[in-house]
Ligand binder design. Structure first.
Ligand SMILES: NC(=O)c1ccc[n+]([C@@H]2O[C@H](COP(=O)([O-])OP(=O)(O)OC[C@H]3O[C@@H](n4cnc5c(N)ncnc54)[C@H](O)[C@@H]3O)[C@@H](O)[C@H]2O)c1
Ligand SMILES: [Fe+2]
Length: 403
């Protein structure tokens, strides 16, 4: 009885959020796309009158000299820069605070997030802390808690990916509690996003595959959730088609620039879809695998996705069937049941071909109740999932991921 009432309340909130996301003024970043496009960012920053930018990135990318072209073009355009490269994968509150101190010390006036989702998210939250010094990172958790506008932010993704270059979200971990949570606010959407496939050709196969499956998860969760609209559906369909056509290509041949470009676009489209239509249980559970054990986000999503789709297959059948056709799976005239089946099989096959495991090796039975509780706390009531999960159902789904 209480559970039925709770579900009704969640659905009421989903309806309110659906209206809100249709009318909210989501800014769309200016896009610089194609091979070499990173070289055009500096002049776009210069014309905005900015003088000293902080480049937020990580050590691996600095060692690969991936940002060299960007840094040179900043200098050529008379823009000085400070590099903050201590961002960890699954970035922490400490990473944000260290970056914020450096930003203030060097008197920076803007931010470039250069890297995968980790540096981009870290840059977003550094910006939020700079303009809202009285709000701690934890206080900004959730929806629309960033009060004052953040410094100008420009994003250069080097994975494809999180889509963070166009989303309201930034995800951060608290190592003290092993929690990972999102801060979501329109003010976190970057001014400019650069989609340059040349930066992605050296991405190792195992990161290529798992980050690509993150992008697919965004498209799928946005599409089967109840808060989609024509705009998010179109973006999710385009992302899915591009990922089905290109992800295995870039996994086997990382230097395929055209396929890398298509994956960068797919990631952006996936981000455009989910930032308006939200994600679902795959993300809620994956965030906790990241917070609890440091499991890379895309890897966790790839493993969890087929299980969540099987859980809601009946409720999401119509949408899964449509997405299958949009992604080039099956043919018109196949039954919806068949198409939904084929869609889930396709994901399992892609995982297998790209050597993505079926279990999470760090997962421990004793942690399952806490992970399930935290995942549902994250998902309810915000995520407009096609089928609402009980705690028991969530625990038994997570149990299937045990090594
Ligand atoms: N803000 C959002 O909307 C959003 C959406 C999904 C996920 N996320 C978050 O993003 C984070 C994950 O981001 P990610 O999956 O892009 O991974 P990441 O940024 O953590 O990078 C993973 C690894 O790949 C390396 N790498 C990145 N680009 C490379 C390149 N071109 N060549 C070689 N190595 C490269 C990095 O140095 C790092 O070691 C998680 O914290 C996740 O929760 C955010
Ligand atoms: Fe994601």
């Amino acid at each position: 009885m209480l559970w039925t009432l709770k579900k009704k309340l969640y659905r009421t909130q989903h309806q309110v959020m659906k209206v809100a996301s249709a009318i909210l003024p989501f800014p769309i970043p200016v896009l610089l796309t194609g091979p070499g496009s990173v070289g055009k960012l500096a002049e776009n920053i210069r014309v905005r009158g900015l003088k000293h930018v902080m480049v937020v990135t990580d050590k691996v990318l600095m060692e690969l000299n991936l940002a060299d072209g960007l840094l040179e073009s900043l200098t050529d355009n008379g823009i000085s820069y400070t590099i903050y490269d201590k961002v960890q994968p699954n970035p922490t509150i400490q990473n944000v605070e260290d970056g914020r101190k450096l930003y203030k010390k060097k008197k920076c006036d803007s931010l470039i997030g250069f890297g995968g989702g980790s540096p981009i998210d870290c840059a977003k939250i550094i910006g939020a802390r700079i303009s809202n010094p009285y709000l701690s990172v934890k206080r900004m958790k959730g929806l629309f808690r960033v009060i004052l506008p953040t410094p100008p932010l420009f994003c250069v993704p080097t994975t494809a990916g999180t889509g963070s270059e166009t989303t309201v979200a930034a995800v951060i971990s608290d190592p003290d509690t092993h929690e990972k949570f999102a801060i979501s606010d329109l003010k976190l959407i970057p001014k400019i996003a650069v989609l340059d496939p040349e930066l992605m050709v050296g991405l190792p196969p195992h990161i290529t595959s798992t980050t690509g499956m993150d992008a697919l998860t965004h498209a799928v969760e946005a599409y089967i959730g109840l808060n989609g609209n024509a705009f998010t559906d179109e973006n999710a369909e385009n992302a899915t088609r591009l990922i089905f056509e290109n992800l295995e290509k870039v996994y086997t041949k990382g230097s395929d620039l055209k396929a890398r470009n298509n994956m960068a676009l797919a990631s952006f489209y996936g981000g455009a879809a989910f930032t308006r239509a939200y994600v679902g249980y795959v993300h809620a559970i994956a965030h906790n695998m990241g917070g609890m054990y440091g499991v890379p986000h895309g890897l966790a999503n790839a493993i969890i996705l087929p299980h969540v789709l099987e859980f809601c297959q009946k409720e999401a059948e119509k949408k899964l069937a449509k997405l299958a056709l949009a992604g080039g799976i099956g043919k018109e005239g196949d039954s919806e049941e068949d198409l939904a089946d084929k869609f889930i099989k396709k994901i399992k096959e892609m995982n297998k071909k790209m050597k993505i495991p079926t279990t999470i090796k760090e997962l421990k039975e004793k942690d399952i109740p806490l992970i399930a509780k935290r995942a549902l706390d994250e998902a309810h009531p915000d995520y407009p999932v096609p089928r609402i999960m009980t705690l028991e159902e969530c625990e038994s789904l997570i149990r299937k991921l045990l090594p």
